[in-house]
Design a protein around this ligand. Structure first.
Ligand code: HEM
Length: 214
């Protein structure tokens, strides 16, 4: 790993640690979220990824951002199948989800730096901790492939290799973005973590610790 990938990882390390150890996701991993809570989280993700992937579609014509906007990452079809399976298709977005979606809508269709920041936070996370979370929730709620499609990437055979190639693309950004744009990207990735954290906090308020059984 060289410069820019290291920089963005370091800049979001504290936020990441918080997500790993204290958030709704860490409670989910220790089996302390009810089935409706898990189903509602999946519905929140669908609202978020619809906007993120609409932005990815806009970005496919951008010479820099298109390198990141790989359709093999798309989560919306999986999330639609999951919410149908889990019975949470009608769950409305939380206020924090609306704020996250609004931020994506405002900046990520037109600014490659903002788009890449949000893309990095979600998809590199999905290809890392997300795979571990997926195995854990499948076990907790006794789900086979239905309900947990979001957590696996049928189009990506080797997530580790994919992440290495992704980090190489991040490392090339200093040759195409100005220092100000790079700073903006780093700041936006920190904001993206905070927007996620706010969704987890509201999920936690609405779904206090309970038994995981379906
Ligand atoms: C309990 C929850 C989580 C666990 C156990 C976890 C675990 C991990 C692990 C083990 C890695 C390192 C993978 C590697 O080096 O290849 C990683 C990376 C990452 N995670 Fe998480 N994670 C969690 C939650 C999250 C959340 C909620 C987000 C964002 C919303 C996130 C975003 C990321 C990102 C962006 C990376 C890539 C860091 C980099 O190498 O640049 N993670 N995660």
């Amino acid at each position: 790993m060289t410069e820019f990938a290291t920089r963005i990882r370091r800049a979001t390390m504290a936020e990441h640690r918080e997500a790993e150890t204290r958030s709704f996701i860490s409670r989910l991993m220790s089996g302390q979220v009810s089935y409706p809570g898990f189903a509602a989280l999946t519905a929140q993700y669908l609202h978020i990824y619809r906007e993120l992937e609409a932005a990815a579609a806009s970005m496919r014509t951008d010479v820099i951002a298109s390198g990141f906007a790989d359709p093999a990452l798309d989560r919306v079809p999986s999330l639609e199948a999951d919410v149908a399976h889990l019975g949470s298709a009608a769950v409305q977005p939380l206020p924090a989800t609306l704020r996250y979606v609004e931020r994506l809508r405002e900046h990520c269709h037109t600014s490659p730096a903002h788009f890449i920041a949000h893309h990095y936070v979600r998809y590199l996370g999905d290809l890392s901790g997300g795979l571990i979370v997926g195995r854990s929730v499948a076990r907790t709620y006794g789900l086979g492939s239905g309900g947990v499609a979001f957590y696996s990437f049928a189009g990506i055979a080797d997530p580790k290799a994919y992440k290495s190639a992704y980090r190489e693309r991040l490392d090339l950004l200093p040759s195409v973005f100005s220092p100000a744009e790079l700073d903006e990207l780093v700041a936006e990735s920190q904001l993206a973590f905070r927007l996620n954290a706010a969704v987890f906090a509201e999920m936690g308020d609405r779904h206090p610790a309970g038994m995981a059984a379906a």
